[in-house]
Design a protein around this ligand. Structure first.
Ligand code: MLT
Length: 406
C-alpha cells in the first residue's frame, strides 16, 4: 500500500480561513436574512486600479496576435517588471537590488510556504506567536515528526508587554520568520528593532525570512518598508513582497521575492552555496512563472497613474482602520495596530476564548472577524478585524458594536 506524508496529519484539520468560511456558511444557511459584515479574511474589496485594468486589456489583445503572443516566460519574470521593481521599490529608496535578485511569483503565500524546500530539515526555526499560519504549517508539513518533538520550532511569543515584538531567543535559531507590518497584530517593528535582528542573524549565521506584504501601509517614518534598508541584511535575509494588499491583486495573483546574491551558506561538504541559485533551481523546476498578462498588470502599478491609484486604495483601507481603531477605543476596548496596517488586533472584551467571541460577534452583531487563537496560542483572548471592507460597511459594523451590550 502506498503511504502519505504523515506530517499532514499533525496539522489542524482545516486551514484557519477555511474553518471561518465554513462557520459563516453554516450561520448564513440558518439565518438567510442576516446582513453579515465581513471583517475576517484579509481580502480586498475595491476593484483593481484603472491603470491595471488598461494594462490587462492591452496584454490580452497582444496574446491574440501571432507577433505579440507569449508562451512560457523567463524564469525570474519579465525584464519589464523586474526593472520596475528594482527601480521603484528599491533603488528609489537607496537600496541596491539588481534584477537577477528578484523572482516574480503568484503570491507571497506560495513563496513563504515554498521557501522551506531550499532549507535544511535540521534548522531551528523561530516563529512569532501569533503568526500568519502559513509559516508554521509549511514547516510542519516537511519537518520529520521527531524533529518537531525535539523542538525544532521555537515560538517567540508576542504580547502587549513586549509591544508584540519577539524577544531575541535565548536558544539559537537558524531561521526566523518576521512579518512587519505584522499579520495578525497590525503592529510594526521600527528600524532600530529590526537592526537588532539583522545583527543577531549576522552574528549567528541565521536567515531572516522577512514578509513585507503590508509595507504599503507604513505611515510612520521610523518604520522600515524593506529589511534591506538595514545594513548587512543582504547577507542574511530574504524578502517577500506582494501586490495583493496594495494594488488589490488577491484574485489576480502576483508577488515577488528578493534573494540577494550575497546570501550564502555553507553546505555539509564545506562549499558556500548561493540561496539565489537554489531558489532559481527550485522555481525553474516546480513553477512555470506568473502569466504574462498578470506581469503586465503588475508593471502598471508603477506607472504614474498606477502609483496614484494604489495610494488611493491604501488610503481608503487605512481610513477604515482608523474608523475601527477609534470606534473600538471609544467603546473602551483595548486595541492595537491599525496605524501602519490594515489589521486591528483587539483584546476580547468579555472572554479569554477567542472562538467564543467569534461566535458571539457573528450571532449577536452579524459581524465576522478572526479569532486570535487561530494564529497561535499567544493569540488566545485576542481577535483580528480587517479594514478591507467598504467605508459604509465598516462604519455600520462599528455602530453595531457600539450599541452592543456585552
Ligand atoms: C489574512 O487574512 O491573514 C490574509 O488574507 C492571508 C493572506 O494574505 O494569505
Amino acid at each position: 500500500m502506498f503511504t502519505i506524508n504523515e506530517n499532514f496529519l499533525r496539522l489542524n484539520e482545516n486551514y484557519l480561513f477555511t474553518t471561518v468560511a465554513e462557520k459563516i456558511k453554516q450561520f448564513s444557511s440558518e439565518h438567510p436574512d442576516a446582513n453579515i459584515i465581513r471583517l475576517g479574511i484579509g481580502d480586498v474589496t475595491l476593484p483593481l486600479p484603472p491603470a491595471v485594468i488598461k494594462a490587462l486589456h492591452k496584454a490580452v489583445d497582444e496574446m491574440a496576435v501571432k507577433e505579440t503572443f507569449r508562451g512560457y516566460g523567463p524564469e525570474r519574470g519579465y525584464d519589464f517588471l523586474l526593472e520596475k521593481i528594482a527601480e521603484n521599490d528599491y533603488r528609489a529608496h537607496g537600496i541596491d537590488i539588481s534584477t537577477d535578485e528578484i523572482f516574480v511569483s503568484d503570491g507571497a503565500k506560495s513563496d513563504t510556504g515554498n521557501i522551506v524546500d531550499i532549507l535544511g530539515e535540521n534548522n531551528m526555526v523561530g516563529i512569532t506567536d501569533p503568526v500568519y499560519p502559513v509559516y508554521l504549517d509549511s514547516n510542519i508539513m516537511r519537518i520529520k515528526e521527531r524533529s518537531i518533538t525535539n523542538s525544532k520550532i521555537v515560538f517567540l511569543p508576542c504580547h502587549p508587554e513586549n509591544n508584540f515584538l519577539p524577544e531575541i531567543p535565548k536558544k539559537r535559531v537558524d531561521v526566523i520568520y518576521l512579518c512587519y507590518p505584522n499579520n495578525p497584530t497590525g503592529t510594526v517593528m521600527k528600524r532600530e528593532e529590526l537592526k537588532r535582528w539583522v545583527i543577531y542573524a549576522l552574528e549567528n549565521k541565521s536567515l531572516i525570512l522577512f514578509d513585507a506584504a503590508y509595507e504599503a501601509y507604513v505611515t510612520e517614518d521610523d518604520v522600515p518598508h524593506s529589511i534591506f534598508e538595514i545594513e548587512g541584511a543582504k547577507s542574511c535575509a530574504i524578502e517577500f513582497r506582494s501586490y495583493s494588499k496594495n494594488a488589490g491583486f488577491t484574485g489576480l495573483r502576483c508577488s515577488y521575492t528578493v534573494v540577494p546574491k550575497e546570501l550564502k551558506t555553507k553546505a555539509s561538504n564545506g562549499t558556500y552555496v548561493s540561496l539565489n541559485q537554489l531558489w532559481l533551481r527550485r522555481q525553474s523546476t516546480k513553477f512555470n512563472g506568473t502569466a504574462y498578462i498578470i506581469q503586465r498588470a503588475a508593471e502598471a502599478v508603477y506607472s504614474p497613474e498606477g502609483k496614484e491609484e494604489v495610494k488611493g486604495l491604501v488610503n481608503y483601507y487605512l481610513e477604515n482602520a482608523k474608523t475601527i481603531r477609534e470606534g473600538l477605543q471609544e467603546k473602551g476596548w483595548t486595541v492595537y495596530g491599525g496605524v501602519n496596517s490594515p489589521y486591528i488586533w483587539l483584546k476580547c472584551p468579555d472572554t479569554n476564548d477567542s472562538w467564543q467571541f467569534f461566535d458571539r460577534l457573528l450571532n449577536e452583531r452579524h459581524i465576522v472577524g478572526t479569532p486570535g487563537v487561530g494564529f497561535g496560542p499567544s493569540g488566545e483572548g485576542y481577535f483580528r478585524l480587517t479594514a478591507f471592507n467598504s467605508h459604509e460597511k465598516t462604519r455600520e459594523a462599528i455602530e453595531r458594536i457600539k450599541k452592543w451590550e456585552i
